[in-house]
Write a protein that binds this ligand. Structure first.
Ligand SMILES: C[S@@+](CC[C@H](N)C(=O)[O-])C[C@H]1O[C@@H](n2cnc3c(N)ncnc32)[C@H](O)[C@@H]1O
Length: 205
C-alpha cells in the first residue's frame, strides 16, 4: 500500500484489508511505535489517560502507550489485525481493549470517553469521502478538550490507499470540531516517510 498506491477512489473494503493480513502484505507497518509519537511521550507532551487508536493494525502504538500507563482501546475492521494484536498481548498484562469493528460505527458506550486519540496511517487509509465522518466520530468519542495526536501522511501521489493528506486537507476538515494547536512537518519520521508526515495536535472543541 505504501510505495505503490492503488488507484481506487472508493477506498478499500473490509475484505480488501483482511486480504492484506492473510497474505502478510503489511507494507505500511513500520514494526514499532511511530518515532514522532515516541518523541512526544519523551518530551512529556502527553498525559496518560483513556486512549483510542482507530485502524490500529498490529497495534505498535497500542502496546507502547499501554506500557506507559494509558488505558487503550484499539479498533480495527480486519480480523487479521485484531488477531495479531491479541497475540502480541498474550504474554503481556496490559490494559488494551481490542475492538474488532468499523471505527465509524463505534457504539455510544464510547461517547465522550477518550482523553486522546492517536492517528497513524488511518486517515490516509479511508476513502476521502469518509473524512468528515472521521472528524465527527473523533469528536463524538473524545472528551471535550481531548486531544487528537495525529500523523497525517502526505504521499504526494494520486489515488490510494494511502490517500494523500495535505496541510490544506487537514485545515479543510478539522477546524469545525477541533482547534489546531500544532501542525508541522515532523523531522522524526521513519526514513521512508521523511518529509511526508504532518504532526498535528488538535484539541476537540
Ligand atoms: C494502513 S493500515 C495502518 C495500520 C496501523 N495504524 C499502522 O500504522 O501500522 C490501515 C488500518 O485501518 C484498518 N481499517 C480500515 N478501515 C477501517 C475502519 N472503517 N474501521 C476500523 N479500521 C479500519 C485496516 O484494517 C488497517 O489495519
Amino acid at each position: 500500500m505504501e510505495e505503490k498506491p492503488l488507484v481506487n477512489s472508493e477506498g478499500y473494503s473490509r475484505e480488501d484489508w483482511q486480504r492484506h493480513y492473510e497474505t502478510g502484505d503489511l507494507r505500511w507497518d513500520i514494526g514499532e511505535a511511530s518515532p514522532p509519537f515516541v518523541r512526544l511521550w519523551d518530551e512529556r507532551k502527553l498525559q496518560p489517560g483513556n486512549a483510542v487508536i482507530p485502524g490500529c493494525g498490529r497495534g505498535h502504538e497500542a502496546v507502547f502507550f499501554a506500557e506507559r500507563g494509558f488505558n487503550v482501546t484499539a479498533v480495527d475492521i480486519a480480523p487479521g489485525a485484531a488477531l495479531c494484536l491479541r497475540q502480541a498481548l498474550k504474554e503481556k498484562r496490559l490494559p488494551v481493549n481490542v475492538v474488532l469493528g468499523d471505527f465509524f460505527e463505534i457504539g455510544p458506550a464510547h461517547d465522550n470517553r477518550y482523553d486522546v486519540m492517536f492517528e497513524q496511517t488511518f486517515f490516509c487509509a479511508i476513502a476521502p469521502s469518509h473524512r468528515d465522518r472521521y472528524v465527527e466520530t473523533a469528536f463524538r468519542i473524545l472528551k471535550p478538550r481531548g486531544v487528537l495526536a495525529a500523523l497525517f501522511y502526505e504521499t504526494g501521489e494520486p489515488g490510494g490507499p494511502p490517500f494523500n493528506t495535505s496541510r490544506e486537507d487537514v485545515l479543510r476538515h478539522f477546524p469545525i470540531r477541533f482547534d489546531i494547536e500544532r501542525l508541522e512537518k515532523t523531522p522524526h519520521s521513519v526514513e521512508r516517510r521523511k518529509g511526508k508526515e504532518w504532526l498535528g495536535i488538535l484539541r476537540r472543541k
